[in-house]
Design a protein around this ligand. Sequence first.
Ligand code: ZN
Length: 271
Amino acid sequence: MGRLPLHGATVVDPHVHLCKYGREKQTFAQVADALLVSMREHHVAVSFVCPDSERGTSVADMETYLALAEGRSGLRVYGTAQLPGAEPELLGRLEALAREGAIIGLKLYPGFEPVYPSDPTCHALYELAQRYGLPVLLHSGETMGETWREKYNSPAETAALAARFPALSVIVAYFGQPHIAECREVLLAYENVYADVSGLADQGVMAACGTEAIASVLREVTLRRPEKVLFATDWPLCSVRDHMRLIESLNLSPGARELLLGGNAVRLFGL
Ligand SMILES: [Zn+2]
């Protein structure tokens, strides 16, 4: 497969998983090595891996990710917790990891977990994240076809969280798809809200949201607020190449393109 001309931009992918999707016979270590191969192929300098908040699933847990990232330079790990994430033992572990610089941010899964992320029972997690300058990446939108769960990760929920914690950087995964128009509103209304483009180049997502609607929202937000949108792929669930093609199809200015591909992640996560 040929590579796309990235004109020397530093590419950061802040949303991937070490998951056995399509790789059921592989070990998690083999999946991690496959990610490194994919990163070399697509010139991705750093990937942030999102563990599952549950143990024993086909997406491994945080402790497994921390072990896998050791010795694999280019991988950084999110801390995670099942919402509301208020158990003192887990909070203590996350704090120790944050202090050591072993976690890059927090990845949370509202919707998969039936908890409103703005609920006060979750606040200890955000207080910790704020104390250590860790951005929070929020699962959003689709919840495996169970649309009743989407109320737990709606754009209104993101807005409530952003308003309550103005010093916390909140990143909406998947640009809130299928609610990309509402996500755009929240991005533009709250200084501390960002969104990643993971999943948007997926065929099913393009069909549901409209290819032109996705491109025009990304173009408009990137033009008005070039610091707001982050490249990301959701590898191995989605294609890195298709996501790079999506970015190239936007015909952004060189500066906006560099920010989107990596500059925004570098700044937000303090790389
Ligand atoms: Zn994901």
